[in-house]
Ligand binder design. Sequence first.
Ligand code: NAD
Ligand code: UFG
Length: 342
Amino acid sequence: MTDSKQILVTGGAGYIGSHTCVALLEVGYQVVIYDNLSNSHEEVIHRIKKITGKNLTFVKGDIRDKDALKECLANYPCDAVIHFAGLKAVGESVEQPLKYFDNNLVGSLRLLEAMQESNIKTIVFSSSATVYGNPVYLPFDEKHPLAPTNPYGQTKLYIEEILKDIFKSASDWQICILRYFNPVGAHESGLIGEDPQGVPNNLMPFIAQVAVGKRDTLNIWGRDYDTIDGTGVRDYIHVTDLAEGHIRALEYLKDSSKLLVANLGTGKGSSVLQVLNAFEQAVKTTIPHAFKNRRPGDVAEAYANTFIANSLLKWKAKKDLNSMCRDHWHWQQKNPNGYNPK
Ligand code: NAD
Ligand code: UFG
C-alpha cells in the first residue's frame, strides 16, 4: 500500500475483528475500532498494540447510535469501513429474534446511514455461510440458493440484500460481502484469540476448554452422518487467513465501484473426529469425548467453493488444520480464562 488510509472497524475488538486489525496495521493502514464491548474486552486493544508495535484509535460506541458513529467519523475521518459488529449466537437468536434484528439489522442500517451522511462509500461486510442454509449441492458457491434456517442467518441475508439495493441505487459504492465458513485458531503470538462467554457452542473452542481442564468431555453430536467417519464435516479456516481476506477485499475495491460476494473458506472439509485428532496431536494427549445424538439443525457437510476469492480477491487460505489446532491451543494455554484475568 502506498498511501496510508484509515479504516473504521466496527466490532474490531472481537475475535475476527482483532485479527483483522493486526493485519491492517501490519500492512500500513490506520485503524479506528468502534465497538460497544458487548462481547469483547478492552484488553484486546492493548494486545493488538503489543503484537504490532503500532497505535490505533478505540472508540467505545454502539452501531445503533448514528450520532455517535457520525461524531466518530468526523473526529477520525475514514476511507472505508469493515463491518464486523454483530451478535452471532445461533441458539440465542432463535430464543430472542428481536434482539438480533435490533442489534444486527438496525445497527447495520444506522451504520450505512452514518456512512452515507459522512460520504464514505466503501464497506466490507462480515456475512456467513449460514445464509446458504441446507446444502442443495456442495461445495457451496456464491450462486447457491440462500435459505437461512435461523434469525441470526436471516439478519445476515437481509443486510446482504440492503447492500445490494444500495449498490443498485447509487453505483458509486464499493461493497464486498464476505461469507465466512468456520473460523478457528488464533494469532501465533497467543496474545489474541477467541474468548467465548459461557459454554462454547462451537467445536474448536469446546475442545480447547476440555483440553485445558475447564470442561470434562467433548460431546460429539452424531456419528451416523453419511460422511467419511460418520461425524459432521465443516470447512475450518484459520482466523489469520480470514483476516488477510479483508486486506485483499480492500485492495480489490480500491480502484472502482463494484459489488462482490465471496466465500472465505479453505474449500476442504474436515470431520469432527479429524479435528479432534489434530487437536490431540497439538496438545500431545487424548481428549475425553462421547458420542451423542445429532444436534438439531446441523447438516452433514458444509464446505466452500473458493473460486471467486481465489481469482478476484487473489486470496487463498494457506494454513492447514494442524496450524489451526496448534495456534488455538497456544492461545488457550496462555489464556485459560480468555481475557478475564480471574
Ligand atoms: P465477536 O462477538 O467476537 O465480535 C463481534 C464484535 O462486535 C464484539 O467485539 C462485540 O462487542 C461487537 N458488537 C456487537 N454488537 C455491537 C453493537 N451493536 N455495536 C458495537 N459493537 C458491537 O464475533 P466474531 O466471531 O469476531 O464475528 C465477527 C463477525 O463475523 C460477526 O458479524 C459474525 O456474525 C460474523 N461471522 C462470524 C463467524 C464465526 O464463526 N465466528 C462465522 C461467520 C460470520
Ligand atoms: N460439534 C460437536 N460437538 C460440539 C460442537 C460442535 O460435535 O460440542 C460438531 C457439530 O455437530 C458440527 C461441527 O462440530 O458437525 C461444527 O460445529 P460448530 O458449532 O463449530 O459450527 P457450525 O458449522 O455448526 O456453525 C458455525 C457457526 C454458525 C455459522 C456456521 C456457518 O456457529 O454461526 O458455522 O458459517 F452459521
